[in-house]
Ligand binder design. Structure first.
Ligand SMILES: Cc1ncc(COP(=O)(O)O)c(C=O)c1O
Length: 444
């Protein structure tokens, strides 16, 4: 399908019209498992000599249709659909590391992923280092160790909207024999396809722009099929030594997609399978991805420019603004638009942010992104509540910073809503200290 345009492929890529009824829409195969015709077919499904379906935890036709479509849109060779974005991150990392290994990550990433890397991998004996400026090539190169098994970054991290130089980081990772994993949730394949710039594995929280309507959670892992697993087999013994029922190892069976095969056949044991109903809703969301993301990006740029001029606004973080330190990279990597998420810092610190948030009527107060509805969140007291003051400052997350995810509402309505909320923020009197619990469970 690669010769067709993006909007055509988001409707047709991976379509199959099998079966006697040939439904036009992808059927929802809501079933735990699939009937084996006979004794021998059951064996061949488990032995992998017949590629039919057996049990929905490891494969389902509806999930497979979503996998084919997303792999096509991301220019990958295959994909694995899982239950959430966090499941995609965890499954990818757990498929690539062993105790004693090392992961090098940007620190400018989704806070839930940062906590997983920092706390949970340490518990499993996997060391993690963070690079604080994702575009500091020297820091990346210096941070890679002989036991580094993956380099992790996000194409457009929120809330600061820094843009990753994917080609530069891929070059550093590959010179050191390490795959580059990129979380492309905020950009979506409509705006940016990291594989075309050298990434080896692309991850999404499909709960966000891909599904698009705030109804389901989902995650996806896309394999570029380009990392030379055979050449680096000693570093990934799970791929080089794990044998299938036919006696061959994962790299022998699938030299180019060994990671994805291992993730599907082994890491799915951890149980992150999605419901076929959710896969259907993600597929349906993808059918309008380009239209939604173009409109959200256009509206976000307009609002960022309007907010930047507003007297009650201290600053705006959006790579589409000429004033952004990431604008040059954004122009290179994001020619269609700069994404639907921006950050605005209102005057008045936490008190201003509180009054602003509470005054909004069209924006929904919610921890989510990429919805058709516009959303607002105060990261310092929610997603980043586990960070101490120094860490918040290092991440550029001030007390007056709010994350806005722009939806599909009419622009004049969004502007009017923001305007009256900024007036409320300016009128907020005495600053009230934020009620931050000593220890919360995790970012959501
Ligand atoms: C960039 C990014 N990656 C991953 C996740 C986790 O996705 P999910 O909420 O689907 O588990 C999120 C959630 O906000 C995210 O923003």
């Amino acid at each position: 399908m690669s010769t067709l345009g993006f909007s055509t492929r988001q409707l047709h890529a991976g379509d199959e019209h099998d079966g006697p009824h040939r439904p036009r829409a992808t059927p929802i195969h809501l079933t735990a498992g699939f009937v084996f015709d006979d004794f021998d077919q059951a064996h061949s499904r488990f032995a992998g000599t017949d590629d039919g379906f057996s049990y929905t935890r490891v494969g389902n036709p509806t999930n497979a249709a979503a996998e084919r479509r997303i792999a096509d849109l991301e220019s990958g060779t295959g994909a694995l659909l899982v239950s959430t974005g966090q499941a995609a991150v965890a499954t990818t990392i757990l498929a690539l590391v062993n105790t004693g290994d090392h992961v090098l990550s940007s620190s400018s990433i989704y806070e839930g992923t940062r906590e997983l890397l920092r706390d949970d991998l340490a518990r499993l004996g996997v060391a993690v280092d963070f690079v604080s400026d994702p575009n500091d090539s020297a820091a990346w190169a210096a941070g890679i160790r002989p036991n580094t098994r993956l380099v992790f970054a996000e194409s457009i991290p929120n809330p600061k909207n820094d843009v990753l130089d994917i080609a530069a980081l891929a070059g550093i990772a590959h010179r050191n024999g390490v795959p580059l994993v990129v979380d492309n949730t905020l950009a979506t394949p409509y705006l940016l396809r990291p594989i075309e710039h050298g990434a080896d594995i692309v991850i999404h929280s499909a709960s966000k722009f891909l599904a698009g309507h705030g109804t389901v959670l989902g995650g996806v892992i896309v394999d570029a099929g380009s990392f030379p697993w055979v050449a680096h087999a000693a570093a990934y013994p799970q791929l080089a030594e794990t044998r299938g029922p036919d006696g061959r190892t994962v790299v022998e069976r699938s030299p180019h997609t060994a990671f994805l095969e291992f993730a599907r056949r082994v890491a799915m044991r951890y149980g992150p399978a999605p419901s076929p109903l959710n896969a259907f809703l993600i597929l349906q969301g993808i059918e309008t991805l380009s239209l939604r993301v173009q409109r959200q990006s256009d509206s976000a740029l307009h609002l960022a420019q309007w907010l930047e001029r507003h007297p009650h606004v201290e600053s705006v973080d959006y790579s589409g603004l000429a004033s952004s330190p990431h604008h040059a990279l954004a122009e290179r990597y994001l020619p269609r638009g700069y994404g639907g998420v921006l950050a605005v810092t209102v005057r008045g610190g936490t008190a201003g942010a509180r009054a602003f948030t509470n005054a909004l009527r069209v924006f929904t107060r919610m921890t989510h992104l990429g919805d058709v509805r516009s959303l607002v969140l105060h990261p310092a007291t929610t997603t980043h509540v586990l960070r101490d003051a120094d860490e918040l400052a290092a991440g550029g997350i001030g007390p007056g910073l709010l994350r806005l995810s722009i939806g599909l509402e009419d622009l004049p309505d969004l502007i009017a809503d923001l305007d009256q909320a900024l007036t409320a923020a300016a009128q907020a009197s005495e600053p009230v200290p934020a009620q931050v619990p000593e220890r919360a469970l995790a970012a959501v």
